[in-house]
Design a protein around this ligand. Structure first.
Ligand SMILES: Nc1ncnc2c1ncn2[C@@H]1O[C@H](COP(=O)(O)OP(=O)(O)O)[C@@H](O)[C@H]1O
Ligand SMILES: [Mg+2]
Length: 737
């Protein structure tokens, strides 16, 4: 492999001939060698051991662990999650203020129970869920501290399997429910199950999730309606359940659903809890029947805890101690929501409700310190068993490179091929623009003025082809990337097979549109009448279309949203259009811009098309200063010395360059998760324990390293220890007897 790589690199570099060419060739070869020789970078927690360092570096991959027991299919390993003094703050450098997204939140989630995190929107529910799942996206402005324990052992989100159902459901729209689930099962369960067992497993899941009736319906998207919101949510859940997770996190699973669908989703979650899963969901304001499905409840308001404990009538009893009683006919969830919300209707109401909330927060924090976590943990013992647990539950990736490639190729093909509306629009646009340009440049003759027309048409053809491919890609890829990011975070597959399968699957459909355009415009404009030239014309614009598409992929991988990609992509293309060879002559380009035409896909396409068209063409001429041959026209454009082969090679290099960039960016832009630091008091305690040699030395080292904080952070650290001044208010309980 190494020999192969080295040899190819040498050849391509010699071919390149110039600096940029060499760099691009080197990157391309690195990419190729990587694709061919190694099974791609591992995303899941595959590597044996070293979990502690991984955690210390940046919260790890955040992926769900696909462990040995995922194949057992049946029983779930019980996992209890406890968290203590979780504080998450957001510092604002400009106003030098610190805002608490979570303030000293403690709680517990047990197997077999459904815990609901309730609170108004913006109260920190999603933040808390992310913290508990180890999926809080890292930011230098955020600071996270607290203790998180899994089965009484220090936190590692790799020591247990979890599912995270996010608020928005993302799927490949053209796959049916069954296909989506089968593919997820094949990717996650891999070769361990036989095809028959997998089918049975998928059928069972479809049945369990109530998806049998829509199993063969396409998931759908905004363009073509597919399954309903509730079905999408249950499909998300089903996909996540494949790895048989111990813990299920669900962020507002009912938001956006009608009451009936919401109830069905919550019922599914309750069933899962009864099957032994630990289920934690956030919910804004459930209806009464949903409220009674909860086993435990945690009430949040502006990041602070108001109540954590059993659900049903317990919270009502608790609040009635302070004189807040729920009227008999009222939905307890509504009562609680009203109780913990600030009433912004008038300044007076704001004051009283704020006082009430502060009072409730204060009184809960007082009573919870007495009851929660009374027994301290023996750290040395627990840490050792924590490691052995990790070793036991972490298996290897379930599929090989080719397996993943084959599965992803099928999905990409189905997605591209079945997307009727998109393909129809693209076909219509290709035909329409061909007809428009064909009519404008209708049957060009061989007059002197036709030289300019020819150049104009070829430039327009190059721009049109590139723009069509670019806009299609940038409008679709960011959405797809979000799905792929999630799947890769789960460790379902690696980037190499994904990218390669996508490129391969989209090649036939991607080529169809420029070919359509070429087939119409060429005879209409009566370009160089030769079949061979026509074939080359189509070839050049097809390669250009792929290059533009690859550029779109890079843009989509670089920016976070479709909107941003739509803004960046065409602007970048405009630069390449300006240096496309028609508007400014290559020999007049200022020295500092000379590199742009060399990397401009428009220029190479235009140059190739011009050479293809003008070489061997004779023009009518009367005067001596008239151009007589196509070669002379090419000289005017400074395209004299090159061949079509040169331009196609250059275009291919650009294509590879964009592909490599996409790969690198996707690899680099993986989400990084915020590391949870022990609360300030805990860090000090650990150091003193180390002095007494009570602890495993490696553990101490890791702990102390993660606790090392920069001067900047220590400033915000100070701020946590004492609550901000405006938080301490006179404690008045309005309803107290
Ligand atoms: N990374 C972040 N940067 C800035 N603000 C954030 C960030 N994460 C959360 N917030 C803010 O924290 C508050 C709580 O957010 P969230 O947990 O999403 O609330 P909920 O899910 O309860 O609606 C919101 O006001 C939100 O704007
Ligand atoms: Mg939320």
């Amino acid at each position: 492999m190494a020999n192969f790589g080295g040899k190819r690199a040498g050849q391509i570099v010699r071919l390149g001939g110039n600096g940029i060419g060499q760099v691009m060739a080197a990157v391309a070869v690195a990419f190729l060698v990587r694709l061919v020789s190694v099974p791609g970078p591992s995303l899941s927690a595959d590597d044996e051991g070293d979990y502690e360092t991984d955690d210390a570096v940046g919260g790890g991959e955040g992926g769900q662990d696909v462990g040995d027991d995922s194949v057992s299919g049946g029983g779930v390993r019980p996992v209890t999650i406890r968290w203590r003094n979780v504080t998450c703050s957001l510092s604002d450098k400009k106003s030098k203020s610190v805002r608490f997204l979570l303030n000293n939140v403690s709680g517990e989630a047990k197997p077999g129970r459904l815990l609901a995190i309730m609170g108004a929107s913006g109260s920190g529910k999603t933040t808390l869920l992310n913290v508990l799942a180890g999926q809080l996206v890292a930011s230098p402005r955020l600071h996270l501290s607290g203790l998180l324990e899994i089965n009484g052992k220090p936190r590692s989100n790799k020591s247990y399997k979890f599912a995270y159902i996010r608020q928005e459901d993302l799927f490949f729209s053209q796959l049916t429910v069954r296909e989506t689930l089968s593919l997820a099962a094949e990717l996650q369960l891999g070769e361990v199950y036989t095809a028959q067992e997998r089918d049975e497993y998928v059928n069972n899941l479809l049945f369990k999730m109530g998806l049998v009736s829509c199993a063969n319906t396409n998931v759908g998207d905004a363009k073509v309606r597919g399954i309903s919101g509730g079905e999408k949510k249950r499909l998300s859940l089903a996909c996540e359940l494949i790895a048989s997770p111990s813990v299920i996190f669900a962020d507002e699973p009912t938001t956006g659903l009608d009451a009936f669908q919401a109830e069905k989703v919550m019922e599914t979650l309750r069933q899962l809890a009864q099957d032994g899963h630990t289920v934690i969901c956030s919910i804004h304001q459930p209806r009464g029947s949903v409220y009674y499905k909860f086993d435990d409840i945690l009430l949040l308001t502006e990041g602070a805890l108001i109540y954590a404990g059993p659900a049903h009538n317990e919270p009502l009893k608790y609040f009635s101690k302070f004189g807040y009683t729920c009227p008999d006919h009222m939905n307890p969830a509504e009562f609680l929501a009203d109780l913990i919300s600030v009433d912004y209707s008038s300044s007076e109401n704001v004051n009283t409700s704020q006082k009430r909330i502060d009072g409730l927060v204060e009184s809960f924090s007082q009573q919870s310190t007495l009851t929660l976590y009374a027994a301290p943990l023996n750290r040395k013992e627990t840490f050792k068993s924590h490691i052995s647990l990790n070793r036991k539950t972490n298996g290897g990736r379930k599929g090989g490179w080719w397996r993943e490639f084959r599965l992803l190729l099928r999905r990409a093909w189905l997605q591209a091929f079945r997307d009727g509306p998109t393909n129809k629009v693209r076909a219509n646009m290709s035909v329409a623009s061909a007809i428009i340009f064909g009519s404008v440049f209708w049957r060009m003759g061989r007059s002197q003025t036709s030289i300019q027309d020819r150049m104009g048409l070829l430039q327009v053809a190059a721009i049109n082809t590139a723009m069509a491919a670019l806009t299609k890609t940038v409008s679709v890829f960011p959405k797809e990337r979000a799905i792929v990011d999630r799947e890769r975070a789960k460790g379902s597959y690696s980037l190499g097979p994904y990218l390669l399968s996508k490129l391969l699957a989209e090649t036939p459909i991607g080529a169809a549109f420029p070919l359509m355009f070429g087939a119409l415009v060429y005879p209409m404009a009566r370009l160089h009448p030769s079949l061979c030239r026509f074939a080359k014309f189509c070839g050049i614009i097809t390669v250009e279309s792929f290059a533009a598409s690859a550029m779109g992929l890079t843009v989509g991988a670089m920016v976070p949203t479709t909107e941003a990609a739509m803004a960046v992509g065409p602007s970048l293309m405009t630069v390449f259009i300006v240096f496309g060879g028609y508007y400014i002559n290559a020999s007049n380009t200022p020295v500092i811009f000379r590199w742009i035409p060399r990397v401009s896909l428009i220029r190479w396409a235009f140059q190739g098309l011009c050479i293809n068209e003008f070489r061997g063409l004779e023009f009518d001429h009367e005067h001596s200063f008239h151009l007589q041959t196509g070669e002379q026209a090419l000289e005017r454009l400074s395209f004299g010395g090159s061949t079509i082969g040169d331009t196609v090679t250059a275009q291919s290099r650009i294509l590879l360059f964009w592909y490599c960039n996409t790969y690198i960016l996707l690899e680099k832009n993986k989400p990084k998760y915020q590391l949870i630091e022990p609360p300030p008091s805990e860090a000090g305690e650990l150091k003193s324990l180390a002095e007494n040699e009570l602890l495993d030395l490696d553990y101490i080292k890791e702990k102390v390293e993660t606790d090392t904080i920069t001067a900047d952070e220590s400033e915000s650290y100070q701020k946590f220890e004492s609550p901000p001044a405006d938080k301490i208010r006179p404690f008045i309980l309005e309803g107290e007897e």
